[in-house]
Design a protein around this ligand. Sequence first.
Ligand code: GLN
Length: 509
Amino acid sequence: MSTASELTRASAADLAAAIAAREVSSAEVTRAHLERIGAVDGDVHAFLHVSEAAIATAEEVDRRLAAGERLGPLAGVPVAIKDVLCTIYMPSTAGSRILEGWVPPYDATPVARLRAAGLVPLGKTNMDEFAMGSSTEYSAYGATRNPWDLTRIPGGSGGGSAAALAAFEAPLALGSDTGGSIRQPAAVTGTVGVKPTYGGVSRYGAIALASSLDQVGPVSRSVLDAALLHDVIGGHDPRDSTSLRDAWPSFADAARRGAEEGTLRGLRVGVVRELTADGPTGDGFQAGVTQRFREALGILADAGAEIVEVDAPSFDYGIAAYYLILPAEASSNLAKFDSVRFGLRVTPPGGGTVEQVMAATREAGFGPEVKRRVILGTYALSAGYYDAYYGSAQKVRTLIQRDFAAAFETADVLVSPAAPTTAFPLGAKVDDPLAMYLNDLTTIPANLAGVPGIALPVGLAPEDGLPVGIQFMAPARADDRLYHVGAALERLLQERWGGPLHAQAPALG
Ligand code: GLN
């Protein structure tokens, strides 16, 4: 591992091992990634900001390692950070004009933890404005492109993090997932993404979209790499009142065991009918997605897993409930962008009252999708409609939680395609909010119930040659199961492919 291309294609686990063995320095690894960003990010536009401090940070890690200091198992490895996470020294815009140029006075807890573990922040990645969207086209700073096909979307809202991984601009990234924003971009870029159990990773310093749904999680090119990053960022944080106090097992150990054991005997895998082509919304599933999904089920069965069918009838109402709960919470979270405390301030010509300044600022600072959701959410929470909309949606949420509880009586993990289609062309859905929302069909239930989910690649769709992702979900607190089964399937698939799927990605630059 010495050429720039070897360094940018290596896994985070291998990079960390080479850095720890002093075969390569963190500075060399970081420089290779910055050069890669320089070469390809003009086309991909995964980054909103590239850190000027990355090399200096890497050199500091190298000095500490040379002095014999024991840093974490990912010490010296570069990492890209979704722009929804607050970072001291780097602007944090959440993809919005209203926060243009805002530099937070503190790090989000997951960022602080990765710095403390010796990882090297490379920069901030593009996203749909305030994490609302499934294509990254709602970013106020221009769309990100899918490295597999630059005319296609990279998924959203965390398309920048996923594209950075798929384009070999970063070996690891952080994302946030409120309705699928880690898993759906992973699915359409052939990368790995995990939404942890709600409360498993601190939300402190993550610019809130919908506080009862948001979770920060890892994005990577391998299941083990995601597990290693999850181990670094997870665990109790007194600054997040919803943070769980659990002692978590090592997710990296779970991934290693899954890859080594070579058998899934005894594991019950439940196929959620409502989240497949056999369900009531089945016509939205692309044939090649279903084909690769079913092949993966066959591989799981050959490895000894018992495949069972489960029904979760309330999942049919997931999108409807989510698109009431999310806007309701978002409209109150976004009220703080009032022209006084953060970012942009627009004064109407000739001056104006406080309210007029607020209105002009929000008019200029928010994009159309954000405005749509603020209006929808405010309406859903208004006195006369609260019970009919928000109240009903919360009841559906309870039913979905009960469906999960029943399903986990007959299955240890649940499975579905991670997204109904492969990456669609840029522009195809940007003017059709409902079509955009339907991308979230498979990912939303996990957020509504607070359970963890992983997306990983299962091949390329025959009709368009683009990556297809599978999703596993586990009961709350059983994130280790996802790493175990995910790593097992990843290994079995890679034995067939003769290497990782991303080895087949087109060369850029
Ligand atoms: N596509 C979803 C939405 O637009 C995803 C949001 C998210 O996970 N941040 O709400």
